[in-house]
Design a protein around this ligand. Structure first.
Ligand code: ZN
Length: 317
């Protein structure tokens, strides 16, 4: 039997298929989602995507021509909607230790963010269980939840692992003086977080195995030492590319579009193009801090730039 589109939406489908009438319980609308927690295995490593919330990144922030941005929104079934980007962190359970990759925005970009503590709690993880915070770069949406409102460390037993050129850039007074006023709080925030973990900070540089099975990959441009991490276990790997993409709808099609707050825009474009090429040509499983939650998926080449194919929900771990 073939159902017409009209039948399908008119309710005639149920009677045409002789489906029993189903009682629907009355309940108030829940309005908000439960804390975002999605796990998957990369070999023997359990990776949990944690949703901190979302923020708006309008097309103007990327200097995207409005006609093209609008066309991409239509293609993504988002016409007339704001360009929202999630903020994600990842929890790596390496078997003998728990690692948090980045630590959310707290209240640095408004009330739609700052949900990482709830996501961790829903995941059954308390702050004192985190052994290390692996930082991709020291922007506020990646480190703000490492400290509380008084500037004290939230994770009492965690080592802070930071790319060294990022650490030095955010501590450089001349760079802070030269930065636009709107970006000066980025320097203050990075310094506050670093101060809280001063006695247990490790600076890393270049490509290196920073933890067992976790390699750093410098992806400079967005910040001077913006760094991705490749988690490998057995035959499986996951490329956590941090902020290679801030808005999947716009930048996958046009990797040459970068957000206005890239520290070195030209370098960031080159890095983005290389990371996307590498992911697509090697069929890498990727995850990003601003990719659509739960973020894990593959990159494919398209006539216009690149496309994203989300990985299916992992039924079994
Ligand atoms: Zn970011």
């Amino acid at each position: 039997m073939t159902l017409s589109r009209r039948q399908l939406f008119s309710g005639a489908a149920a009677s045409a298929l002789s489906l029993p009438r189903i009682a629907v319980a009355k309940a108030p609308l829940a309005s908000i989602s439960l804390p975002g927690v999605v796990r998957r295995r990369i070999g023997s490593v359990e990776v949990t995507a944690l949703l901190d919330g979302y923020m708006e990144m309008p097309a103007e922030l990327f200097s995207a021509p409005s006609a093209v941005a609008e066309k991409l929104s239509v293609q993504a079934f988002k016409e007339g909607q704001p360009n929202l980007s999630p903020v994600n962190s990842f929890l790596l359970n390496l078997g003998d230790r728990l690692i948090l990759v980045d630590a959310g925005a707290a209240n640095s970009f408004g009330p739609t963010l700052g949900k990482l503590p709830q996501a961790l709690e829903a995941n059954g993880v308390s702050a004192d269980q985190i052994d290390a915070i692996l930082v991709t770069h020291m922007h506020p949406d990646h480190i703000s939840e490492t400290i509380d409102a008084n500037g004290n460390a939230v994770f009492p037993n965690a080592e802070l692992i930071v790319p060294e050129l990022d650490f030095s850039y955010w501590h450089d007074d001349a760079a802070m003086a030269a930065a636009p006023n709107a970006l000066k709080p980025f320097f203050t925030g990075a310094r506050l977080a670093a101060k809280a973990y001063a006695k247990r900070t490790t600076q890393i540089s270049g490509e290196a195995e920073v933890l067992p099975g976790v390699r750093s990959m410098p992806l400079p441009g967005h910040t001077p030492d913006h760094t991705g991490y490749i988690v490998t276990s057995g035959d499986a790997s996951l490329f956590i590319w941090a902020d290679i993409i801030h808005n999947a709808t716009l930048q996958l099609a046009h990797p040459e579009w970068g957000p206005a707050f890239d520290v070195d825009p030209a370098q960031a474009v080159g890095t983005r193009q290389r990371a996307l090429d590498m992911a697509a040509s090697n069929r890498l499983l990727v995850a990003g801090m601003h990719m659509p939650f739960p973020t894990v998926g593959h990159i494919v080449t398209r006539t216009e730039g690149f496309g994203y194919v989300p990985a299916e929900w992992p039924y079994h771990l």
